[in-house]
Design a protein around this ligand. Structure first.
Ligand code: F6P
Length: 482
């Protein structure tokens, strides 16, 4: 890996650095690597290739010199002040792009000041990357917060090989076209040599947007844009390939954790704390309106009302980790979810017996692995989700082939985990039916489904994802003459 001061042959650029600040009892602090799929997959590549990571440390106004973490990751921090966070992160990224890219489930807001901040912060990321990348380096830009970086970086450093990967869906052009800055966003992305998506539908949506918004032409997975004379962002002709490369998790590390005696014991203790109910249903999500938490609770509430599940025999655990708490749509969702949980529990609880356990917090991996093992049915019901890694984590932890997965057809993962009990979360009757089928299916059928899903995640883990992506980037198409 590269040291601060040196230049890197391989650079990951992401909105967040993979670290959290830990404050010790004596008041001193340190930055610790936060466990996550992306950093896990990147670590071996970073080690082999003199790698570096450019990103925001996650706190307002924190300005840090480049540093190396205890586990040897070389980090190049980008500072965001409170205003950048308001306008670029909470505003344009999560108040404009996030709802448009998720089927307009919540109404997007369009503010020119947010767009200006998005552009300025993308410029800052591009400059930081240009400063750290060695001649001819490979740069891998992540996600919707940094869609202008490929073209901005190419203007600064035409020698680089640049890839971009979208962790969230790419919307149909009919929705994308609402964005007043749609042309600039596509021109930003076309600065890359290769753009990767979660599903083939996302890649197709992107190619179609390039044709319809920019007037580009496409053949198979390759788009060619003739450029423009206007001298604005990304004006030179470009040929770019777009393809699906679905992200995954570190199967073997999580499976080993789930097999440990501590996790197995903890899973039993969790069930005991819940009163050893006959059935445990589990939901694990960031508290986000795309996750379908309200639809899920509605289905649970109706199943209780119908008498299809007995409040004395069932425990529903909903982990809802806090997320983007200053964005209005997220605050509204929290009140709605909490009101629903309160209503269900008010109606169906008794002394010492509560149907819904609502946990508004994030948990360490060990505790999550134990919860997955304790759950008879996992409910993953997003209205739209780029991938959803929770369902991949669940099947990975079920090395006993126990449990059952109810999975929304609107999660990217449904393209891979085709043996799940599928559902359309908007169809409450169908969702209830899927939950009951998952609960009452023959054990042999449940095991068969679980085995097939585990095979898929085992063979398509996060390392395979990173390898496939970097191979695709390495053979990206020749560029036309300007
Ligand atoms: O799924 C998109 C994503 O940006 C992830 O990369 C990230 O883990 C998650 O959403 C939460 O995002 P934030 O950085 O806004 O907390």
């Amino acid at each position: 890996m590269v040291s601060p001061g040196e230049r890197a042959d391989f650079v990951v650029v992401a909105n967040r650095l993979p670290v959290d600040r830990v404050v010790h009892d004596d008041g001193t602090d340190e930055w610790r690597t936060s466990p996550g799929g992306l950093v896990t997959a990147m670590e071996p590549v970073m080690r082999d290739r003199r790698g570096a990571w450019v990103g925001w440390p996650g706190e307002a106004g924190v300005s840090l010199e480049p540093f190396t973490t205890a586990c040897g990751l070389h980090l190049f921090p980008v500072t965001l002040d409170a205003r950048d966070i308001r306008d670029y992160y909470e505003g344009f990224s999560n108040g404009t792009l996030w709802p448009i890219y998720h089927d307009v489930i919540s109404e997007p807001a369009f503010h020119r000041s947010w767009w200006a901040a998005y552009r300025t912060v993308n410029e800052r990321f591009a400059q930081a990357t240009a400063d750290v990348a060695a001649d001819g380096a490979t740069v891998w830009v992540q996600d919707y917060q940094l869609q202008l970086v490929p073209a901005l970086l190419r203007e600064l450093r035409p020698d680089l090989r640049i890839g971009w990967f979208n962790h969230i869906p790419f919307p149909p052009v009919e929705l994308f076209a609402q964005l007043p800055w749609r042309t600039a966003v596509l021109r930003g992305l076309l600065g890359a040599d290769f753009v990767g998506f979660q599903r083939s539908a996302d890649a197709r949506n992107f190619l179609r947007a390039c044709r319809m918004v920019l007037g580009a032409s496409s053949r198979g997975s390759v788009v060619t844009w003739q450029g423009s004379q206007d001298g604005l962002l990304g004006h030179a002709p470009r040929t770019v390939r777009a393809a699906p490369i679905p992200i995954s998790i570190d199967f073997s590390a999580l499976e080993s954790l789930a097999m440990s005696a501590e996790v197995t014991e903890r899973a039993e203790a969790i069930r005991a704390s819940l009163g050893n109910p006959r059935t445990v249903l589990l939901g694990v999500d960031r508290l986000d309106y795309t996750k379908g938490i309200r639809h899920r609770l509605r289905a649970v509430s109706e199943l209780l009302a119908d008498g299809a599940i007995d409040p004395r025999e069932v425990a529903v655990v909903q982990v809802a980790s806090p997320s983007r708490e200053r964005v209005e749509a997220y605050r509204r969702l929290r009140s709605q979810v909490e009101a629903m949980v309160g209503r269900i529990n008010g109606e169906y609880s008794d002394i010492g017996q509560t149907p819904v356990y609502y946990l508004h917090q994030a948990y360490p991996r060990e505790e999550m692995a134990a919860m997955y093992q304790a759950a008879d049915v996992m409910l993953v019901t997003p209205l739209r989700d780029g991938m959803n890694l929770v369902c991949k984590e669940y099947v990975t932890c079920r090395h006993d082939l126990g449990g059952a997965l109810v999975l929304s057809e609107f999660a990217g993962a449904s393209q891979e985990l085709t043996s799940a009990y599928g559902c359309n979360p908007h169809d409450i009757v169908g969702l209830k039916r899927s939950i009951l089928t998952a609960l009452h299916d023959e054990p042999s059928a449940r095991r068969r489904r679980m085995r097939a899903m585990r095979r898929r995640v085992r063979t398509h883990d996060v390392y395979a994802w990173a390898d496939s992506y970097l191979q695709a980037l390495a053979v990206a198409p020749e560029q036309p003459e300007p």
